[in-house]
Design a protein around this ligand. Structure first.
Ligand SMILES: *Cc1c(COP(=O)(O)O)cnc(C)c1O
Length: 235
């Protein structure tokens, strides 16, 4: 067994155990393998081990891997900060974008989504830890932005995404995750297409699952530590 295969199995076991502890069905929780900075070969290895959904943070790096793998069975999620001048590549190559945080970028994605593809699945990124440096909207701005996004025919609003500030303490991780989950539940009652709460990374996935996450984004625990030696600032 390769280490990626082994790690994937362990992550799936962590998801199942966390779901069992709170009485949830692990099948409700999608595992997104975050392959940023990792070569296409690592993605191929994970795919061979049954992994289907992959997350990328850097537009061009993601597009290169999507093209290198040429495997239509894989589902690609864009999860990095999105600049306007890169929106066309996201609209044309990915199935999901997790980081919509303003109407302007949503409108561009809507306009640029190719007619031959199904609508782009989008999540609104929320800044749940109130850090001024992090991207995402404040919770108070959510209703306003959601109302505009659902009017865009080439996008489907699927839910919310957040990257909480790192927190070592489980109880504190849980409290933050529950704040986002409450907003997600409210959004779900307003919009029938909303079904996805993208929350939880390698270090906080248990708390995220306990709070109600339906999609965990896991990089390090699958692919190992990232190598930022190469230039990845070309978003
Ligand atoms: C890198 C990244 C992840 C994965 O983080 P790990 O701690 O390596 O699991 C998840 N979500 C986003 C948005 C990321 O940028």
């Amino acid at each position: 067994m390769t280490s990626i295969q082994h790690n994937l199995q362990q992550v799936r076991e962590r998801i199942s155990a966390a779901a069992a502890r709170c009485g949830r069905d692990p099948a409700e929780i999608t595992l997104l393998a975050v392959s940023k900075t990792k070569p296409a070969g690592a993605v191929a290895e994970a795919a061979a081990a049954g992994q289907r959904c992959f997350g990328e943070n850097y537009v061009q790096e993601g597009v290169d891997k999507i093209q290198a793998l040429g495997n239509s069975a894989l589902e690609w999620h864009f999860i990095g900060p999105l600049q306007s001048n890169k929106s066309r590549l996201v609209a044309g190559n990915f199935s999901w974008c997790h980081t919509v945080d303003r109407l302007k970028i949503a409108a561009r994605l809507n306009e640029q989504r190719p007619a031959a593809l199904p609508p782009l699945n989008v999540l609104i990124q929320v800044n749940i830890s109130d850090e001024t440096s992090k991207s995402g909207i404040m919770l108070e701005e959510l209703n306003e932005l959601a109302k505009e996004i659902v009017l865009l025919p080439r996008l489907t609003l699927r839910g919310l995404m957040s990257i909480p500030a790192p927190e070592a303490d489980y109880a504190r991780q849980l409290a933050v995750c529950q704040r986002l989950a409450a907003a997600f539940d409210a959004l779900k009652t307003d919009y029938p297409t909303v079904d996805t709460l993208s929350l939880g990374m390698s270090d906080d996935m248990e708390a995220a699952i306990a709070a109600g996450s339906t999609l965990v984004r896991i990089g390090t625990a699958i692919f190992g530590a990232r190598d930022y030696g190469a230039a990845h600032n070309n978003n």
